[in-house]
Design a protein around this ligand. Sequence first.
Ligand SMILES: CC(C)(COP(=O)(O)OP(=O)(O)OC[C@H]1O[C@@H](n2cnc3c(N)ncnc32)[C@H](O)[C@@H]1OP(=O)(O)O)[C@@H](O)C(=O)NCCC(=O)NCCS
Length: 187
Amino acid sequence: MPQTPLRTDRLELVPLSDEHIELEVELDADALVLRYLHPRARTRDEVVAKHAERMKCASLVDGLGMWIGFTRAQQREFVGLWMLQPLHGPSQTFAPDEADLGYRLLRRWWRQGYASEGARELIRHGFDDLGLTRIIAQTMAVNRPSRATMETLGMRFARTFHEHYDEPLPGVEHGEVEYELRRSDWL
Ligand SMILES: CC(C)(COP(=O)(O)OP(=O)(O)OC[C@H]1O[C@@H](n2cnc3c(N)ncnc32)[C@H](O)[C@@H]1OP(=O)(O)O)[C@@H](O)C(=O)NCCC(=O)NCCS
């Protein structure tokens, strides 16, 4: 099953495709947006490489992947990137009925409820349409905005863990946190 386009009151969420590369370049050009994710703004070439990884991830499990969010207002504007990805990476164990939620917005859209609005729809989609049983989200312990968003979504703190980074970000000594939402609790 290919990824489905989704909608909320204010957002249109479109499955990520090659036509969105310039939007990803714009998003990752802001070092503040990447403050808890990467040591510096990404160059265009780095984003193009990232885009290929993101597209690959979208092909691993039916329905999961990344979505580009636009406003549904008359003037359709790019807001950010939302993710519902298969579990992957050193601190995640793959399970076909679980997924990793993420979000990253252009700075001008912060604090207006957009991240949680889009994420709520991805959670609904994951549980209702894709049959997931558990959705997690991970971030640096010091990423207050991301943790606040997880809490707003009704996700529960699950654990703190530590990862090795070649270029550690400030605050890494506090570790990473994982939040989770189980389908049974969401219902
Ligand atoms: C994290 C991020 C996506 C939040 O986006 P947002 O659209 O501002 O979030 P929302 O407006 O939906 O807010 C959700 C909740 O978090 C709270 N929140 C958001 N930013 C906050 C901040 N800087 N400090 C404290 N609380 C914050 C909101 O008040 C809201 O809580 P409420 O429902 O109790 O009012 C945004 O800050 C961002 O893109 N950051 C950079 C990328 C990033 O770090 N992504 C996460 C990586 S894992």
